[in-house]
Design a protein around this ligand. Structure first.
Ligand SMILES: [Zn+2]
Length: 708
């Protein structure tokens, strides 16, 4: 989602003070090994025959810890072995892939729901077919009741100081039953905030035990003004409903912590995968856009609409399925009596959502997926929006934005798995669900482009790669923002490039320099902080921007695209429709990328360490430029990164030298001996501003002007 815009709409307050102290306490516990014996390393000269690093006198390298502590860099700390939070075991392998005994539970849903606009009410009846694939019998089940976050006593209100915001009664549970071995019994359950525990009459067997949970319920649909990720708003031709978190959803039981029951305080979701079969009943004159594939077009669409849809399936250009004129005409008709039921299915998904309105203009076009991807399948890009949003700089471009983004992400990372990719204009200012996203109806131009690409980009993270968003916002938001960087670069020959918006590089300076400024904020929480503890004002800078920029560094500066792309695709493939942890990701990139990146994970994800490289001195070798030059560089702070050094010579030519991270594995000062054969006039570290260097004033050296 796009948190900043949504919270602005909600007027979410911040209460940061004490929280930051807690955060700092927490992150300090993550401190790291460093207990390695330093005796031998201290006296050994760095460099080896043939390298460009000149041996240093042993005395200069003696007792590095004492000397370096004062200067902020200690190789023994930065390069210490890193113990990741989640262990390797039979379920999660040392190479970051699912282990041989990996298991995951499963939830398949059948839902019948009715939207009653007269009462702003959604009522439903669901059957959750749940499979316990775990090695443990389950005595109880936990189910998520997200609508309870609108209750007057919801915990979320206290976290965000929103006690005076409007409320709803939340979920009203009319009947809850479980069905095991053909026996259906009334459930014994307890509701606590946004969770419900069902105590089972007999345990659900391990290794494949199945049961069905039946729930009949209703809730009041929140007004879009306070609904956040779901709600309704008026428009010229009728209200628009963005419907999400609309049925009780299974909590995840996993090998990491059993039932994950963190309440819904505002951070996103952690959900099981399964197949969905759902029916939405609405007034006759409403159009429904839903996750997955419409099953009964003959019953709910006109012959003309079906013909236009068939045309869109083969059209690169946007095809109008329902025009502005047709939407206006429908609005002028006297309200039609009766209802219609729209039937959708979606396979292998963690959720479904839908939108409904009689005001919708409806556009569609074909999405071209790489050959070999679910053979014969067509994917459709679709947009639903009111006349207020129409226009060539407005939502009229949305289908092409979706089409391009889905094609780009499919080509670069993994093929889009669903039959449709839909964007809906309404009250929700940017929120993703599988196969459907809700964006602000007022968005135009570049904003509409980046929000559309971002929200549909969430298909890859967390809809395919099933991150635990509630704990690790930096994973789904950062990974998605990372792939968006390349979509911004590629779209329409760079029409909106480079990516610079509230999610990534919001200012005017190069992105790396903006990150350097961010890292100088002592209150910035570290990435591994529990998402609920990250104050709103740091959500975008940390979990979108810093997280995405970390992957940019990893791809462009540390591994290089060839190694990164292969490893990242393997990670996506290995964990599609599964639940990876941060530890799995770090191990996956180490193993498939071919590096022990402990120093990067530690500096970037477990700490907010800063980089400060400096040119210390430039001298002729043995007093003679003809012999060569000796460039002394230093690492002054705790982060290390590979860096480019550009040397300019008297004749104006340049040489480039790439310092690997290992330059600093034993030392804080490196002496680079170069065969230049002429006077050096300038030396610059990171001349293109690709690294977040904290102090650029010491990055360059210039020869004194002649005659001085
Ligand atoms: Zn997002």
């Amino acid at each position: 989602m796009n948190v900043a815009r949504m919270s602005a709409r909600l007027g979410v307050g911040l209460g940061a003070g004490a929280l930051i102290a807690m955060l700092l306490g927490l992150t300090a516990c993550m401190a790291l090994g460093g207990g390695r014996d330093a005796g031998d390393a201290a006296g050994r000269a760095p460099g080896s025959p043939g390298s460009t690093t000149k041996p240093q006198p042993a005395a200069a390298a003696a007792a590095p810890s004492a000397k370096l502590a004062a200067r902020g860099y200690d190789p023994l700390q930065t390069f210490a072995p890193l113990t990741l939070p989640d262990p390797v075991n039979a379920f999660r392998a040392g190479d970051g892939a699912p282990g041989g005994a990996y298991w995951q539970n499963r939830a398949d849903y059948v839902i019948h729901a009715t939207l009653d606009p007269a009462r702003q009410q959604l009522s439903g009846e669901e059957a959750i077919h749940y499979t316990n694939n775990s090695p443990r019998p389950l005595e109880s089940l936990w189910i998520q009741l997200d609508q309870n976050s609108y209750r007057p006593d919801a915990r979320a209100r206290f976290v965000h100081d929103r006690l005076d915001a409007p409320s709803t009664p939340g979920y009203v549970l009319e009947a809850v039953a479980t069905e095991q071995h053909g026996r259906r019994v009334r459930a014994d359950y307890v509701v606590s905030d946004t969770r419900m525990q069902i105590r089972l009459p007999q345990p659900l067997a391990a290794y494949g035990g199945k049961l069905t949970v039946h729930i009949r319920y209703h809730y009041t649909v929140p007004d879009g003004g306070f609904g956040g990720r779901t709600g309704y708003m008026p428009s010229t031709n009728g209200p628009i409903y963005d419907i999400a978190q609309w049925y009780p959803r299974m909590a995840v039981y996993d090998d990491v912590r059993g039932w994950d029951t963190l309440p819904y305080l505002g951070n996103e979701f952690y959900l099981e995968y399964g197949n969905f079969d759902y029916y939405v009943t609405v007034p006759r004159d409403m159009v429904v856009a839903g996750s997955g594939e419409l099953q009964n077009p003959q019953q709910v669409l006109s012959a003309q609409q079906r013909q236009r849809l068939a045309r869109a399936r083969t059209s690169e250009q946007t095809v109008t399925i329902r025009s502005a004129g047709e939407a206006a005409l429908a609005a002028r008709q006297p309200a039609q009596q009766g209802t219609r039921t729209w039937h959708f299915q979606m396979q292998q998904t963690r959720d479904v959502s839908f939108a409904a309105s009689r005001a919708f203009i409806w556009d569609a076009a074909r999405i071209d997926l790489p050959a070999g991807a679910h053979a014969g399948a067509h994917a459709l890009a679709m947009a639903f929006y009111p006349v207020e949003s129409a226009g060539p700089n407005g939502w009229g471009r949305t289908v092409q934005f979706i089409k391009d983004a889905v094609q780009n992400f499919s080509r670069r990372w993994a093929v889009y798995p669903y039959p449709a990719a839909i964007a809906v204009a309404g009250s929700v200012g940017g929120m993703e669900y599988p196969g459907i996203v809700f964006d602000d109806y007022r968005d135009t131009g570049k904003t509409l482009f980046f929000i559309t690409a971002h929200e549909i980009g969430h298909t890859w993270f967390p809809m395919m790669v099933g991150f635990n968003e509630r704990r690790h916002q930096w994973m789904d938001e950062g990974f998605n923002t990372f792939i968006d960087v390349y979509e911004s670069q590629d779209f329409n020959h760079g029409e909106f490039a480079p990516k610079s918006d509230p999610e990534f590089a919001p200012g005017h300076a190069p992105a790396a320099d903006q990150i350097a400024t961010l890292l100088s904020d002592p209150h910035l929480p570290v990435m591994m902080t529990l998402a609920d503890q990250v104050p709103q004002k740091y959500s975008h800078p940390l979990n979108y921007f810093k997280s995405a920029f970390g992957l940019v560094l990893l791809r462009e500066q540390i591994l290089g695209p060839e190694r990164f792309d292969w490893a990242f695709r393997k990670f996506i493939h290995d964990w599609s429709y599964r639940h990876p942890t941060p530890s799995d990701f770090f191990r996956a990139m180490d193993s498939a990328g071919g590096e022990d990146l402990s120093w990067f994970w530690r500096g970037w994800y477990f700490h907010n360490w800063r980089l400060d490289l400096a040119v210390r001195d430039v001298q002729p070798l043995d007093g003679d430029w003809q012999q060569g030059a000796v460039v002394t560089v230093a690492n002054l702070d705790r982060l290390v990164l590979p860096a480019l050094v550009r040397i300019t010579l008297a004749d104006g030519s340049t040489q480039q030298l790439r310092l690997p991270a290992e330059t600093w594995i034993q030392q804080d000062t490196a002496t680079l001996q170069l065969r230049t054969h002429q006077r050096v006039t300038a030396v610059v570290i990171d001349p293109d501003h690709l690294l977040p260097d904290a102090d650029r004033s010491n990055n360059s050296w210039r020869a004194p002007a002649p005659g001085r």
